[in-house]
Design a protein around this ligand. Structure first.
Ligand code: SAM
Length: 223
């Protein structure tokens, strides 16, 4: 019986890998990785030696059939992305769907994903929330922003640091300057930061202090 494990990897702090993730990486026959260099660095730190093959979004469609053949020829194959949980704004979904269609067992281990600490520490309700991932850069962006403006549940976005101020400006424009937001930056890393306030307050802060690193934006739902 063949099985695909989705193994979450740290989003900044190596200590966040679970004991089970380490065991599965030690026991698996091979690892599919978004970027083999990033994964090999992690495996070196964990003192694990395993064959690592590339599986990334640019060739996800093309390599799907080949990946399924490989998974079928093994008992255990692992998919990892560079950081966090595979398939969450990362390659993986198509492979999972194809495995299910081929009766290959799937197991996703629990572990790091940037959205979870961001939403929990935002202080906004997290009993129900909407994860929007990265908003499209151009086409469809305004439609999504308008939908989020009407959303009653807390919304979580991934954003790059150089687009943060622009995105906060659009939150102001579409949702009002007083809409509350929380920017979670560099989670689990040395310069981890949560900045909470209205869209205009948080935007003013990052205009004065251009951000670096990785960013999650949490937006309070409309009341
Ligand atoms: N698969 C990952 C997960 O489970 O969260 C997400 C991968 S996506 C390509 C990368 C984005 O996730 C970053 O641009 C940022 O928005 C968010 N992210 C990843 N690590 C983060 C961190 N340490 N702090 C804040 N955001 C992070």
């Amino acid at each position: 019986m063949s099985k695909l494990y989705l193994v979450p990897t740290p989003i900044g702090n190596l200590e966040d890998i679970t004991l089970r993730s380490i065991r599965i990486l030690q026991e698996t026959e091979m690892i599919f990785a978004e970027d083999t260099r990033v994964t090999k660095r992690l495996l070196n730190k964990l003192e694990i030696q395993k064959p690592v093959a590339p599986f990334h979004s640019h060739n996800e469609h093309k390599t799907l059939a080949r990946a399924i053949d490989t998974i079928k020829s093994n008992t255990s194959t692992v998919l990892v992305s560079d950081a966090g949980t595979p398939a969450i704004s990362d390659p993986g979904f198509l492979l999972v769907r194809e495995c299910i269609a081929n009766d290959i067992e799937i197991e996703c281990l629990p572990g790091p994903a940037a959205l979870i600490p961001a939403i929990v520490a935002s202080g906004f309700p997290c009993d129900r929330f909407v994860f929007e991932g990265f908003l499209p850069h151009k086409k469809g962006r305004q439609t999504r922003l308008k939908a989020i403006a009407e959303e009653k549940r807390t919304t979580v976005l991934y954003e790059s640091p150089h687009r943060l101020v622009k995105c906060l400006g659009q939150i102001e424009e579409f949702m009002g300057a007083d809409r509350k937001v929380c920017v979670a930056r560099e989670l689990t890393k040395i310069y981890e930061e949560y900045r909470r306030g209205t869209a205009s307050e948080v935007k003013a802060h990052y205009e004065a202090h251009p951000p670096k690193g990785e960013i999650v934006i949490v937006i309070e739902g409309v009341s």
